[in-house]
Design a protein around this ligand. Structure first.
Ligand SMILES: Cc1cc2nc3c(=O)[nH]c(=O)nc-3n(C[C@H](O)[C@H](O)[C@H](O)COP(=O)(O)OP(=O)(O)OC[C@H]3O[C@@H](n4cnc5c(N)ncnc54)[C@H](O)[C@@H]3O)c2cc1C
Length: 207
């Protein structure tokens, strides 16, 4: 069972005798709690430091600011005895502003590296994750948030259930960005058919 310490953590040098069974997690938010759960399940001794555990999770949504393309390539998320996960690592989707999926994903990547006793594996794994998704789409922010794009998207969301399903999958992280283009191409006939049908044969778009 992870131990929770309700004090702000002061990050300093860890002792030379730090062992694999001695993990301090600063922040008991989505990422920290997931990491603690995964590591405790593997027999690690884990302590979570947080003055307000799980405090930011509220029942309303807020888009988080994401990193720009250059910041993704320059980002450092791990050192000899530390690593960043979740929002602290900049793992936020710059298009949707969602961070929960990436908080969980980065916790998994770090847990895998720690279980293998190979913390060095975390940063390349983080870079590969970012390159396949959030780093790629951070270049598209300007196009995505252009008023014409948002108007077209709003229109399609209103009339096409397939577009709504796509939007759900993208925002939950279950649709990867590296296969998004292929999916959109294969679904274009459905978007057109549904939009035309609902536009002409239904009073409301939400069918
Ligand atoms: C209001 C709101 C709504 C959101 N809605 C969505 C959404 O709908 N979908 C989505 O995907 N994302 C959403 N997000 C973003 C999402 O919550 C974050 O991306 C996610 O929580 C990141 O997890 P995390 O563990 O990195 O950080 P957090 O969950 O923010 O946890 C960080 C923890 O660190 C603690 N902490 C900070 N400083 C210290 C310190 N010095 N010592 C010890 N502890 C410290 C804090 O108390 C906190 O508990 C929302 C964010 C907010 C604020």
């Amino acid at each position: 069972m992870p131990r929770v310490v309700k004090k702000p953590a002061r990050v300093g040098k860890s002792s030379a005798s730090s062992r694999k069974t001695d993990i301090a997690i600063v922040g008991a938010g989505v990422a920290g709690c997931r990491l603690a759960y995964l590591l405790a399940g593997q027999g690690f001794e884990v302590t979570l430091f947080d003055p307000k555990p799980a405090s930011p999770v509220r029942n309303w949504a807020k888009p988080m600011p994401g990193l720009g393309p250059q910041a993704f390539s320059d980002n450092t998320v791990a050192g000899p005895d530390w690593a960043l996960i979740g929002d602290a690592s900049g793992s936020v989707d710059s298009l949707t502003g969602e961070g929960i999926y990436y908080a969980l994903k980065t916790a998994h990547l770090l847990a895998e590296a720690l279980v293998d006793d190979n913390l060095r594996a975390y940063e390349p794994a983080w870079k590969a994750m970012a390159a396949a998704g959030i780093a790629k789409v951070s270049k598209k922010r300007g196009t995505f948030y252009h008023p014409a794009t948002l108007r077209a998207l709003g229109f399609l969301l209103d009339y096409s259930p397939s577009i709504r399903a796509l939007a759900c999958d993208v925002s939950s992280g279950s649709q990867r960005y590296d296969t998004l283009r292929t999916r959109i191409k294969s679904e274009i006939p459905a978007y057109i058919k549904e939009t035309l049908f609902n536009l002409f044969f239904s009073r409301k778009g939400h069918l």
